[in-house]
Design a protein around this ligand. Sequence first.
Ligand code: FES
Length: 84
Amino acid sequence: ETIEGMSDGGTLHPLQRIFIEKAALQCGVCTPGILVAAKALLEVNLDPSETEIRYWLAGNLCRCTGYDKIIRAVQLAAAEIRGA
Ligand code: FES
């Protein structure tokens, strides 16, 4: 699956929407890879800890955001998906 397949037509995946809402991206170079990887994480673990998210995304380098907003956005998307 690519980033293009992540949305449902015109409806963004919760990860995509929350990344935008929480400014978890800046230049966007890293964003497709991080979003696809984060989606894969949430498919196997809908309540990942901060450490689990950081390890899961460790292969995706971002030179803009400093990662904190990315981690928070993944946590928020996970909470929304599981209805918390
Ligand atoms: Fe620029 Fe991640 S937003 S590299």
